[in-house]
Design a protein around this ligand. Structure first.
Ligand code: CA
Length: 232
């Protein structure tokens, strides 16, 4: 994973103690951090700048974290969001995920746990950052910039979408990836029937290019009833 130096996190938290602790800790770990003390300020800051990730407290003055998340996703904001809930807000927690948040964390949390969640979400939501433009994928050399895969001397042309699919699997090895997740992260859209067919077509086409035996895929494996998996 690349350095965190250029990564910018927005911390939306009205409790000063927590906000300061988070800022100090994240800055110590190389992130650039901007604070927002209430929902209104968060909304203004997000409308003016670009962030790599937003830490969003749910219980906020002026505009709630829930409302913010909903507004941002309706406006097609793609920035990963981790929702911070107080203990016992189980309902809000679930709702938060429905609102399009990428993860949630319950207070009180340890700063180390928060850092681990942030890294996991960044890795998941930005595979380019996790694996880069050129990387090894099973027995293939992938060059995303050039849209090429190479197996020994055999060069394989890939499309942009296929490159994005490969990047996503490469960034998330040894984990079952549901079709909904793949669709959300590669197509940046919510799964529909049409989306399902579109994705199936792309996976089939990609397999025909990279799998030694398309009848028995060994690179992008099918996990019956669950999704796909790339094993390293
Ligand atoms: Ca709060």
């Amino acid at each position: 994973m690349a350095s965190q130096e250029n990564m910018h996190i927005l911390v939306v938290e009205d409790e000063q103690k927590i906000r300061t602790a988070l800022m100090d800790f994240l800055e110590f770990h190389g992130f650039t951090v901007t604070p927002a003390v209430d929902g209104l300020e968060a909304q203004r800051i997000v409308s003016e700048g670009k962030f790599d990730l937003i830490l969003l407290d749910l219980m906020l003055p002026k505009i709630s974290g829930e409302q913010l998340c909903s507004i941002w996703r309706q406006n097609a904001l793609q920035t990963p969001i981790i929702i911070v809930t107080a203990k016992g807000q189980e309902k809000e927690r679930i709702k938060g995920l429905d609102l399009g948040a990428d993860d949630y964390i319950t207070k009180p949390f340890s700063l180390e746990e928060m850092l681990a969640r942030i890294k996991a979400v960044l890795r998941r939501t930005d595979p380019t950052r996790a694996v880069g433009q050129a990387f090894r994928f099973a027995d293939l050399d992938i060059d995303v910039g050039a849209l090429k895969a190479r197996r020994e001397d055999k060069k394989i042309e890939i499309t942009k979408r296929e490159a994005a699919i490969i990047q996503y699997f490469a960034a998330n090895p040894n984990r079952v990836i549901s079709r909904e997740e793949l669709y959300k992260e590669v197509w940046h859209d919510t799964m529909t029937d049409l989306g399902t067919r579109t994705m199936d077509m792309h996976i089939a086409k990609l397999r025909s290019k990279i799998e030694p035996d398309t009848a028995d895929p060994t690179i992008i494996k099918t996990v019956r009833g669950a999704g796909y998996k790339y094993e390293v």
